[in-house]
Design a protein around this ligand. Sequence first.
Ligand code: B12
Ligand code: SF4
Ligand code: SF4
Length: 379
Amino acid sequence: MDKLTIEERIKDLAEELGFDGIGFTDAEPFSKHQEIALARLEDGLMGELSWYTPERIERGSDPAAILPGGRSIISLAMSYYSVAPDAPTDDDLHGRVSNYAWGQDYHALLRKKLKVFITRLSEMAGETVRAKAYNDTGPVQDRAIAERAGVGWFGKNTNILTSKGSWVFLAEVITDMELQPDVPLKKTCGACTLCIEACPTGALIAPYVLDSNRCISYLTIELRGAIPRELRPLVGDWIFGCDICQDVCPVNRKAELTKEYGFYAKDMDTANPRLLTLLTLSDEEFAAQFRGSPIRRAKNEGMKRNVCVALGNIGDERAVSGLTRALMEESALVRCHAAWALGRIGGDAAIRSLREALAQEHDHNVIGEIECALDGDEE
Ligand code: B12
Ligand code: SF4
Ligand code: SF4
């Protein structure tokens, strides 16, 4: 039998550990991607991510500065695509959580796998290899690495599309090993523009250009303040992330279900939570319910804000009493969004609640929201 090359053995290792894609590239700087990211930041298209700074972009664009002596990057992809247990059939009001957040927190899951991966690399090399692994939280641009390593190509929705679709998490290992680079794929989206047309908020302002300020993923997960009023009606019933630009992508018709059991939703409530229940959770209950889940990132206050918007968009009068209680929440942010939702649902009970709240409210932002809601000016 032919002896396997080191690259082939590393590919086998990735498969053994459950990764669905792998490729190699050199550790040369990502100058073009650095330039684009800096320009996006400068143009205000990255939203208000306090940690996303020019220094971080510059550091992340030079892998050899992150791992001095780094010669290669191993790019890895793991599918998280799964099916929801059961679509809700009860009469409760449900919201939608993006597929990537149905299961366990991928950061923890991938971190463990990457640790094993690095240990096994050293065993393979017969000496301790120097390596630094990232998944999502590092300064490097995971997608730019995946593209150059031939793991996938950039879709017009800015996601990396692999031959098995875009429902993948990306990770990378920068190492001092000398590995034969793979070549970038020649694939493109061609004339397709389905994702751009389907995005409900118009966040894909041009092919390959996302305005984070308009993206539901940013609005429901990363944004800490109020969701802009004009965007609230467009958020629909998404309460954590958004899958629309991937759902419509024809490349995803070939998507295979993840082999990683941890990414499946425990039950229907994880993928389609009951909104009125979420609205009642204390901080402790929220932390307990979402322990080990990516959803914790939104925090209880952010989630209640999102739930109010979803309830306003669903427009069902059964939400009025829950939203009326939310008008008395300690958080002014939640009170603002509860007022907006009540204005959008309308009807005598909602109007009565808004008037009673106005008589007691002291926060000027909430007063403004209640007045708009009573004026029927909810957008
Ligand atoms: C910040 C961030 C966000 C922000 C901003 C997104 C953004 N514009 O990148 C927000 C909160 C909006 C976000 C949302 C999501 N994210 Co996010 N996010 C990140 C993070 C932490 C940094 C990304 C970054 O640096 N972007 C810089 C900008 C400038 O890059 P870009 O928009 O992709 O632009 C590139 C392309 O447009 C390309 N390009 C430009 N012009 C052209 C022209 C042509 C012809 C071509 C081919 C390419 C091209 O070059 C640009 C620079 O590389 C990465 C993790 C990481 N460390 O990399 C995860 C990451 C990108 N996110 C990820 C995921 C899963 C998501 C969501 C799908 C989650 C969800 N379901 O809600 C959405 C997808 C929204 C979307 N359509 O992109 C995955 C993507 C996996 C994949 N298959 O691509 C990553 C890689 C995390 C991970 N390790 O798995 N995210
Ligand atoms: S994640 Fe949703 S809001 Fe963001 S670009 Fe895709 S379709 Fe638009
Ligand atoms: S929907 Fe079409 S344009 Fe958008 S990423 Fe998929 S193939 Fe590309």
